[in-house]
Design a protein around this ligand. Structure first.
Ligand SMILES: NC(=O)c1ccc[n+]([C@@H]2O[C@H](COP(=O)([O-])OP(=O)(O)OC[C@H]3O[C@@H](n4cnc5c(N)ncnc54)[C@H](OP(=O)(O)O)[C@@H]3O)[C@@H](O)[C@H]2O)c1
Length: 268
């Protein structure tokens, strides 16, 4: 028994689990578990739909599972204009958060347009040195120590680290953020502002259904910086590594229309 029929327009990713492995694919054909798919809403293009799952399935568990976001809470997203951050801002707003987005100067207009109530330019100001206190900090670049971030947290606030230290560069090339994550997991036994390590990841099928609903209602409208053809994936990766991309870039797969199929799949 399957939820889908041949020809259904779906979006999703290729893995059952969360994090540690990446759920994207650059391919004309890809196999995906049913639980990681949902029907593509009619009001969004394949490019828009493809831009959502990989980042949103990082942002959603961080906000709801680990962060336990509640309406009215003050949420800070550090790295708010990137792939994960841009979607985290929109999901936090959809759950009724009052959102502050932190990113570099040229990206702040985008962060505002995503719905952030306030923005902070990290090249001018260090959010950990301000008087403001947040109920939830979603930290994507991970460029501040936990003790610095705790200065910006309400006493019962929560700090959720997402990204690599310096994106896995330098000495942490092979293990990425693992040492810091393990340290934080151990510290969570003593620091109430860190998520409980026993928190279970949300059901993926339910998460995909929620993302579909957010797309349908317009609460989630992914920002696509550029699209690249499948044959230009190396250029796309170079562009991403250049650090100037805002929101998401998407690989567009052409050719299925040429074969008489109604739509072509796209992967982000
Ligand atoms: N995107 C995905 O689908 C995905 C999926 C799974 C895991 N991840 C992981 O999640 C992490 C973030 O990915 P991403 O795709 O969101 O990265 P990204 O698109 O490169 O976004 C990172 C954002 O953080 C900003 N930033 C850099 N340094 C900062 C600082 N010191 N303070 C505040 N903002 C800063 C960057 O702006 P500037 O460059 O202008 O400084 C950029 O806008 C990575 O570790 C990645 O491996 C991503």
């Amino acid at each position: 028994m399957t939820r889908f029929q041949p020809g259904d327009e779906v979006f999703g990713e290729t893995i059952r689990g969360y994090q540690w492995v990446n759920g994207g694919a650059y391919a004309e054909y890809a196999a995906a578990p049913e639980c990681a798919l949902a029907m593509k809403p009619a009001n969004v293009t394949f490019e828009q739909a493809a831009a959502v799952p990989a980042s949103a399935l990082i942002a959603l568990p961080a906000l709801r599972g680990e962060g336990k976001i509640q309406a009215g809470q003050k949420v800070l997203v550090n790295g708010a204009a990137g792939g994960v951050g841009a979607i985290a801002v929109q999901i936090a707003k959809a759950f009724g958060g009052s959102v502050t987005g932190v990113d570099s100067t040229s990206k702040l207009d985008l962060v505002r347009s995503l719905g952030a109530d306030r923005v902070i330019d990290y090249t001018q100001e260090d959010f950990t040195q301000r008087d403001e206190r947040y109920d939830l900090i979603i930290d994507i670049p991970g460029n501040h120590s936990l003790s610095a971030c705790r200065r910006a947290l309400a006493p019962d606030g929560t700090y959720v680290l997402i990204g690599h230290d310096n994106y896995g560069a330098g000495m942490r090339r092979w293990v990425g953020l693992l040492p810091r994550m393990l340290r934080l997991m151990a510290m969570s036994l003593f620091v109430s502002q860190l998520p409980d390590v026993r928190v279970s990841m949300p059901d993926k099928e339910a998460s995909m259904a929620l993302l579909k609903e957010l797309l349908e209602t317009g609460k989630l409208a992914p920002f696509i910086d550029r699209t690249f053809a499948l044959s230009d994936v190396p250029d796309a990766i170079r562009y991403l590594q250049g650090g100037q991309a805002k929101g998401k870039i998407v690989i567009t797969v052409k050719g299925s229309a040429d074969r008489g199929e109604s739509t072509g799949p796209q992967q982000s």
